[in-house]
Ligand binder design. Structure first.
Ligand code: ADP
Ligand code: MG
Length: 243
């Protein structure tokens, strides 16, 4: 589903975002991307989102090579990959309902489809009661739940979240990760960049740890800073996924 082959990124000022990296993420996986600040987490996610181009290598999403994608096909890629940011990025003058509905309107969904889909998404993120609230009337956690609903409303098969709990207290952060887990249970492939060790350790998901632009660990059911659970089968598991 997500495949990187020899992908690297060096910024124009010479900073290394990512050394040549190959990686395979299967459909339906939940993956934490961890590592210290400046290690390259956002670079990896931005490459997958096609926000920045790689210097070398190939990135394919759903068997589509996004590195050579012609301009008119980029919007299809954007629909395939929903995104959530640390700072929520909601429209301040629209209600929770309208923030989510707006994402469907911009892709020309029919009003009837919108009326059906938005309540389902609100229910999934636990915000049914807050549909009529404006962002400033919500807690940080509620704003992030709204952003998650908006990111998945067009049935994106992939959700990418860059430090989605970076502005939240630990209890709220846990709730947000549970919402992301619920999204994953619906079949969405979820990638979450975070440096919150306690959360990563409590979820037992695949953990890809980056250090200075290199993947230094890739564990299934992993933990942060827990090399004893390194999964020696990860390569054969990845290879199986290609078949
Ligand atoms: P993380 O998300 O793990 O904090 P980043 O991917 O943002 O790390 O950054 C990785 C490295 O790339 C850092 O050294 C950072 O300074 C550098 N970097 C990131 N974005 C840019 C940019 N737009 N221009 C130049 N250097 C950048
Ligand atoms: Mg970052």
């Amino acid at each position: 589903m997500i495949e990187l082959t020899g992908v690297s990124k060096i910024y124009s000022n010479g900073a290394v975002g990512l050394h040549p990296t190959s990686l395979y993420i299967s459909k339906g996986e939940f993956v934490f991307v961890t590592g210290n600040s400046g290690s390259g987490k956002s670079t990896l996610l931005k490459l997958i989102l096609k926000e920045i181009p790689p210097c070398t290598g190939r990135i394919s999403i759903n068997s589509r090579d996004i590195t050579t994608l012609v301009e008119r096909k980029v919007p299809y890629h954007r629909r395939d990959v929903g995104v959530v940011f640390q700072d929520f990025r909601l429209l301040p003058n629209k209600t929770v309902y309208d923030n989510i509905a707006f994402a469907m309107q911009v892709v020309q969904a029919r009003p009837r489809e919108i009326r059906q889909a938005v309540p389902v998404a609100l229910n999934l993120v636990g915000l049914t009661e807050k549909a009529k609230c404006y962002p400033h009337e919500l807690s940080g956690g509620e704003q992030q739940r709204t952003a998650i609903a908006r990111a998945i409303i067009n049935d994106s098969p992939i959700l990418v979240a860059d430090e989605p709990t970076g502005n939240l207290d630990p209890g709220t952060a846990l709730g947000i990760m549970k919402v992301l887990e619920a999204v994953n249970c619906k079949g969405v492939t979820v990638l979450v960049a975070t440096h919150e060790r306690d959360i990563v350790n409590s979820f037992k998901k695949r953990v890809i740890e980056i250090n200075s632009g290199r993947i230094i660990k890739d564990e299934f059911e992993g933990g942060y800073g827990n090399p004893s659970s390194y999964n020696i089968f990860s390569k054969s598991k990845q290879r199986r996924n290609f078949i």
